[in-house]
Design a protein around this ligand. Structure first.
Ligand code: 4AD
Ligand code: MG
Length: 466
């Protein structure tokens, strides 16, 4: 049953003198039947456009068209030809049509009319069949492909870091704990609780990782350049349009490098990803741009044409203070930048993405390199319009004594991180890296305004559907 043809490939065929016979499978978006001829619009997710299948009345499959409704899966064998109709260059003249899986048109949750994004979230299993999510998932694929491609070309080693862990990389206490026993069974049998506390499965408390950075550091300190790319989990109680409890993160790490090197690397990575998406996904970006009026095409092109600005946190605070804006959260040196501040800095002040670096140590993680002023650390965030932070990174503290003092100061439990200190004990080097939230990057490139529309099945507080 398998065929190598996709709708995308079929639509790209240059029609010449020789017949191009193909077999195409996909899902029916619409069906129109008149007295003499029937049409199916077929989509298989390979591109935004549908393939128009034409079925003449004298074709034995013509009568089958009555049973083929929106949402049905079909396999069509036929000949590609120059289209007579408007809107497409190529169409297919069917020789035979096979109904693979029927669909009840009345009950099919995707009707022809446009649906709201909120409604589509309730049918996350079917939304990939819409134009919007067809485009989002294709672009997400392109983004991932471009990330791997760029990093591999730059000789980064992809390291598959653990998802189950005993340590809290960010030290923020936002971890999901993992156990072999469900809450339900503990309620039924409270004795189990003692057992669990005394003899945990792994011998100690286990959590879902918040970041693969610490392990990526270990591999950067053997292979010079490493990256992780995988799922990460945050038990933040944030029900916002840019937070998920489970998201994917790419975390490159560079040894013999400082934070300016890692910002340069991040900048090149973003440029490579945006270029790749514009080269291979322009139609999808343009479609989303048109439907949701988010001006992403213009914004991404402007990004490629302009060097990315860098400002220190202290400068950023000054800019916010001078802005004359009344922010919901007041602006004082030492505070964490809120989304409204981040958006002001990139949308209004810079009018494009901006790196902010040298943050107050008290609002950043224990592993960041302490500056001479003893007040700031070499943290680096990239802020982009509409979203705010999409990338967070830093130069890492490579001095054993300073790192130990910072761990103490931040109340980080050293018990599970002695191995991390070893990296400073034996052959330590300056190193730096960053983490990019894949779904935030998807938001930026697709223009989707809610992170729940940038992933197959969003996980958030009180949300675990699909
Ligand atoms: O700034 P974060 O917490 O940094 C780290 O985890 C570092 N260990 C990264 C590193 O230096 N290797 O997270 C990095 C990025 C953020 O900039 C954001 O894009 C994304 O991960 N992120 C989230 N995305 C969706 N939902 C959440 N709850 C997120 N939290 C962070
Ligand atoms: Mg951050």
């Amino acid at each position: 049953m398998s065929g190598d043809w996709t709708v995308k490939r079929a639509l790209e065929v240059q029609i010449g003198r020789d017949a191009v016979m193909v077999t195409i499978q996909g899902w029916v978006r619409t069906r129109r039947v008149s007295k003499n001829v029937g049409f199916l619009a077929l989509n298989d997710g390979s591109c935004l456009d549908h393939l128009q299948v034409v079925c003449d009345k004298d074709n034995p499959s013509y009568n089958l068209l009555a049973e083929i409704h929106t949402g049905a899966s079909v396999q069509v064998h036929g000949e590609l030809q120059q289209s007579m109709g408007k809107g497409q260059a190529v169409e297919m003249l069917a020789h035979s049509i096979e109904l693979v899986g029927a669909s009840d048109a009345e009950r099919y949750p995707l009707q022809k009319k446009g649906h709201t994004l909120e409604y589509l979230r309730e049918i996350a299993h079917l939304r990939p069949r819409t134009n919007t999510f067809g485009a989002v998932f294709r672009l997400k694929n392109l983004i991932s492909r471009a990330i791997h491609h760029y990093l591999q070309e730059q000789d980064f080693i992809w390291v598959h870091t653990p998802i189950l862990t005993a340590s809290d990389c960010e030290g923020a206490g936002e971890m999901f704990s993992v156990s072999t026993t469900s809450m339900k069974s503990l309620h039924k049998n409270p004795k189990k609780l003692e057992e669990l506390a005394e003899r945990p499965y792994f011998g100690s408390e286990a959590y879902l990782t918040v970041s693969g950075q610490l392990e990526a550091e270990a591999v950067a300190l053997s292979h010079k350049k490493s990256y992780t790319f995988g799922p990460t989990f945050r038990a933040e109680n944030s029900n916002t349009a840019r937070h998920l409890s489970e998201f994917w993160m790419v975390e490159p790490e560079l040894a013999f490098a400082d934070y300016h090197d890692s910002m340069r690397c991040g900048d090149e990575l973003f440029r490579a990803v945006v270029s790749h998406c514009l080269a291979f996904g322009r139609k999808d970006i343009a479609f989303l741009d048109k439907i949701y009026k988010n001006q992403t095409l213009e914004e991404l092109e402007h990004f490629l044409a302009t060097p990315t600005e860098k400002i220190s946190y202290t400068e950023a605070i000054e800019i916010l203070k001078q802005s004359g804006r009344s922010f919901e959260y007041s602006v004082d040196w030492g505070m964490d930048l809120q989304t409204e501040h981040e958006r002001y800095l990139c949308e209004t002040h810079v009018k494009g993405p901006v790196w902010v670096y040298d943050y107050p140590k008290d609002i950043k993680a224990f592993y960041m390199y302490l500056n001479e002023d003893q007040k700031t650390v070499r943290g680096t965030d990239l802020l982009v319009p509409r979203i705010g932070e999409i990338c967070g990174g830093s130069q890492r503290e490579d001095r054993l004594d300073v790192l130990e003092a910072r761990m103490q100061e931040c109340g980080v439990d050293k018990a599970h991180l002695d191995w991390y200190l070893d990296l400073r004990r034996y052959g330590t080097v300056p190193h730096a890296g960053f983490g990019v939230g894949l779904e935030r990057l998807v938001m930026w490139i697709t223009g989707m305004s809610n992170i729940r529309d940038a992933i197959f099945a969003p996980r958030a507080p009180r949300l675990l559907d699909f």
